[in-house]
Design a protein around this ligand. Sequence first.
Ligand SMILES: [Zn+2]
Length: 870
Amino acid sequence: FGDTCPLVSLSCFQTPQRIPHDEAVRQEFRPTKVGDSFGPTWWTCWFKVELSIPREWAGKEVHLLWESDGEGMVWRDAQPVQVRGKNTVSCALISGDFCFHFSHFYSLTVYVEVACNGLFGAGKGSLIAPPDPDKKFTLNKAELVVFNRDVHELLVDFEILVDMAKCLSLLTLRSFQALYVANQMVNLLDVTDSCTFPAVRHLASSIFSQKNGESQHTIHAMGHCHIDSAWLWPYEESIRKCARSWVTVIRLMEKNPEFTFVCSQAQQFEWVRNWYPGLYAQIQDYAKEGRFIPVGGTWVEMDGNLPSGESMVRQFLQGQRFFQQQFGKLCSEVRMMKTMNNNRDKGRVNHSAALFGFGDGGGGPTQKMLDRLKRMSDTNGLPRVQMSTPDRFFSMLEKEKTQLFTWIGELFLELHNGTYTTQTQIKKGNRECERILHDAEVLSSFALTQKNTFQYPSIKLQHLWRLLLLNQFHDVLPGSCIQLVVEDTAESLLVLNTLPWERTEVVSRTGAKTLGAIADGSVTMENGVIAAHLDSMGRVMSLRLVHSGRESVQDGHCANQFVIFDDVPLYWDAWDVMDYHLETRKPITTLLKPLEIVLAGGLRGSVKFSLQISERSVITQEVILDAMCPYLRFLTQVDWNEAHRFLKVEFPLQVRSMNATYEIQLGHLQRPTHWNTSWDWARFEVWSHKWMDLSEHGFGVALLNDCKYGASVHKNVMSLSLLRAPKSPDATADIGPHEFTYAVMPHRGSFQEAGVIHYAYNLNFPLHTVPAVSAQCPAWSAFSVHSPAVVLETVKQAEDRLDGLVVRLYESHGSTVVTWLQTSLPVKEAISCDLLERPDLSSHLPLEEHGLKLSFTPFQVRSVLLILRQ
Ligand SMILES: [Zn+2]
């Protein structure tokens, strides 16, 4: 910077709320000065800045130099205009041109909105530590300065040469050439004499202008800014982060006609649309030009593992429909957050994509990054760099696609295994919300077909879906979630089954009697299907199939064994479980209340016991066996007050297999049960949905759950991960009471033949009982699917047709099948459609006597649009 000049006046006003500009400027501002502090954390300080540019600076590039803690946004004429960049101290408020041509703006007033948090929140002492609520923020500098553009250009030149010297392989001559020129530049430069600058720049350009050979790789550069929709800051701050980052992008677009920016997450566009309509209009203009490019097609960048299959579908349905409505176009690429840092295609294809810009907490590209890219467009020894778009990049790749490697199977990230378990209430809430929305849609759809005055609650459901989709964002944070209160009523009951198969289950606990204690404290439970023998600590000593007598539990071991581990990751507390935690395994064997019988039998038998985990934590469990049910259910309550400990439950089984099977979204996959290679070993903690299974030929055991996601199977021991106690970024994570259910199901044959998938759905979607309106309600079934391999996952109203339902089915066994979908609903027409509900008009499905004939390949997902008779 050159000359400086003080501001005319500076005043401020503080508020604990995040308020709109119009409201802020009406408040009473008090004088303030450089050096003053403001805060505390999460407050906002609005500064009113009056400035006047000296006449003698006319024609010069004048910047407002603003240096304060906290993230800032500059407002002029009620519009956000500029942001304080991450690593720059200057805010290019007024360009030289601007000043020269518009001298009547010689004096002006701007507002600076400073959030009392940094780009990464306000962690106390370290990045991921819980926020410090009492942080103070200081204004360090506020003045007008003359910006030395030629010094800036020299610095950019020089830094690239230094980077070339450092980063290019020492085996190439090129790094030495760069170092030699950089050295010459230093020798030639006299910093006090700007007349030496042109010759110095000329030296640098002698390197930049040396062109590449034909073999050089091409990099498709696209600006990007990763903004976590919530992470170390709340959702509300993310809204402002979007605005701050995207304002910067718009300013850069004005100055750099070649600059392109890719931007994901429909939710963030929706936020800016609602809160910053002026900015949003500018974004839409640049989107029309194809430079501000919506990508990804999803509502948020969701976690890739834990959302259900239908949630994954809805991420795209809500996201793509938003992009279509707002920008007239669907996104043609998917963006998943998991990356594999291993470019096996190098040498085979000649194009790569590079997204650049500060991220996570927002920020995005800077002018300096663009200046560097321009210099590196075609410089010998560096890859060719061009501003590009996803379309351009992928069409280049498509030309070379026969050369590309293909990855089959799971993209397993060897990191952050703890996130399958941390914040179990959010996970439980997620599973519950998915179930509630499923049931609400199924029942609303049926109501629609039964009564034409019924208003399908589509707006309400869309709102709730979007809320759930937002909370599936890829950083685990406490999020609000709807809850269903199940009405338990007595006498006349109507039983509702929202799953597409017949079920025989116990829905109430009437007629129970309690028996006295048993001599050695153990108890046997049997229902004609399975027989379990439990010791006084609730451990399953034996679990047999009654018919064959086949034992499930490994000799000399006991199942339903709670174990606890020390859980101290190297850094990422809430995220990571390290392999070394396994060395600290301790079985929990301190009995608080021995096993006692709660319900003696009839339709339901159950026993109860309590264990002491530590002085501060207790497990209470009710083990339940229902009539005709093939699984033993464990209704578990834990009062959890631990630090850096990991609770699991183990089932050592009499089953030998190289692989275990785990449910994933709309299917399942197998993972090894051994640790032969580093890749096998890395799977010491994996994710799974409603069930996992360990089977040998003719027999197996499945472990079902109603809200857990972390699991592992090593050798013959199945473990379900129950609770963790990390302290960062939330010091209170998982502390307090918990309730969850899991179940063990021994079975003959394969898990497919035994119906494990159906039983896992049953455990997750309990039958609803509601008071019946009349004494006699005839049995009624809306849908049935003939093949047990095909699951009818979803029934909902069509997005674009009020007289239509969309049903979604998938093949769950990994088999090729042809099946019938039968319905008692008044369907007049059936058309295949895709996940975005776009009908395939060439695929009208004939309505036959047995219903609709549908064929499936392994794991195929099919959606069908059913048009109803009015
Ligand atoms: Zn992120």
